[in-house]
Design a protein around this ligand. Structure first.
Ligand SMILES: CC(C)(COP(=O)(O)OP(=O)(O)OC[C@H]1O[C@@H](n2cnc3c(N)ncnc32)[C@H](O)[C@@H]1OP(=O)(O)O)[C@@H](O)C(=O)NCCC(=O)NCCS
Length: 239
C-alpha cells in the first residue's frame, strides 16, 4: 500500500471546522480549481514568487506541479508539507509547513492561501493554528517563522492573534519593485500562551522519520515534545 511507503498520506490534522491532509489526485485538481478562481485582487501581490499573476489555467497547473514537486523532492533534511485545507469536505485552500534541518534547528516556517470566497471567515487563523499544533505539539518545534509583504493586513492579523512577534525585515523584488517583508517569529512559549483552537493529530507516528525525527519520539522521548504522548493531541481546557 502507498501508506506503507509514504505514511504522510495517512496524516490528519483536525480543528473544529477544518481537516488538513494531503490531497488525493482528484482533490489536488479541486485545489487547482480554487486557485484558478482567484486568491487575491489582481492589483495586489502577496507572494514573493508571483505565481498568481499567471492566467487562471496556468495558475491551476502550477498548483498541481508545485504540489508534485514538493512531494517528489522531499528529504528529511528539507521538506515542505503542503496540506490541503477542507471545510465540510470542500477544498478551500492550502497550508504549508516547511523546514530545513529540522532535526537540528527545530524551526518551521508556514505559508498559506485560501480561495478568495473563503477568506475573512476565520479559516486562515484556524488552519495556521492547526499547522502550529502539528509543529509544536506533534514535532517538538521550538520556533515557528512567518512573514508577509508589509501590505498584507490579513496575514499579519492572523499572526498577531496567534502570538507571533516581529523578527526584522528584508527587501525583495516583487513584480520588478522593491518590497519589504516583515518577518515574524513565534517561540514555543508564545504558542503555548496564545493557542485557542482545539486541534487533533492522527497518523503522525509513522511519518516522524520523514520529518528527520527518530521513530522513538512517538513515545515523547525527545525534549520539547513532552506533551505528545499519543497520536491524538488535544490541548487540555482549550475551547
Ligand atoms: C492570509 C489568509 C490566508 C488569511 O486567511 P483568512 O481566512 O482571510 O484569515 P482570518 O479570517 O482568519 O483572519 C483575517 C484577519 O485579518 C483581518 N483583516 C482582513 N483584511 C484586513 C484589512 N484590510 N485591514 C485590517 N485587517 C484586516 C480580519 O479582520 C481578520 O482579523 P479578525 O479575525 O481579528 O477580525 C487569506 O487572507 C489569504 O489567502 N490571502 C491571500 C494569500 C495570502 O496573502 N497569503 C499569505 C501570504 S504571506
Amino acid at each position: 500500500m502507498l501508506l506503507d511507503h509514504w505514511p504522510l498520506t495517512g496524516l490528519r490534522v483536525n480543528t473544529p471546522r477544518l481537516e488538513l491532509r494531503l490531497p488525493s489526485e482528484e482533490e489536488l485538481g479541486e485545489l487547482a480549481d480554487v486557485a484558478a478562481g482567484g486568491v487575491h485582487a489582481p492589483d495586489r501581490m502577496p507572494f514573493v514568487v508571483p505565481w498568481t499573476d499567471l492566467p487562471p489555467a496556468e495558475r491551476a497547473r502550477s498548483v498541481v506541479q508545485h504540489h508534485w514537486l514538493r512531494r517528489g523532492n522531499w528529504t528529511p533534511g528539507d521538506w515542505a508539507l503542503n496540506l490541503c485545507v477542507f471545510e465540510d469536505g470542500r477544498v478551500v485552500g492550502l497550508q504549508t509547513l516547511a523546514a530545513r534541518d529540522f532535526a537540528v534547528l527545530r524551526q518551521v516556517s508556514t505559508a498559506s492561501w485560501l480561495g478568495l470566497r473563503h477568506q475573512r471567515q476565520g479559516i486562515g487563523t484556524e488552519m495556521r493554528a492547526a499547522a502550529l499544533h502539528l509543529a509544536f505539539a506533534g514535532l517538538g518545534a521550538v520556533d515557528a517563522l512567518s512573514g508577509a509583504l508589509e501590505d498584507n493586513p490579513s496575514s499579519f492579523a492572523v499572526s498577531g492573534k496567534l502570538g507571533y512577534k516581529s523578527d526584522g525585515a528584508e527587501h525583495v523584488n516583487v513584480r520588478g519593485r522593491r518590497a519589504t517583508i516583515r518577518r515574524l517569529r513565534l517561540p514555543r512559549a508564545g504558542w503555548e500562551a496564545h493557542r485557542s483552537v482545539s486541534v487533533t493529530i492522527a497518523g503522525l507516528a509513522p511519518c516522524l522519520p520523514l520529518f528527520g525525527l527518530p521513530g522513538e519520539v512517538a513515545s515523547g522521548a525527545v525534549s520539547g515534545r513532552a506533551d505528545v504522548i499519543s497520536e491524538d493531541v488535544r490541548p487540555e481546557g482549550i475551547a
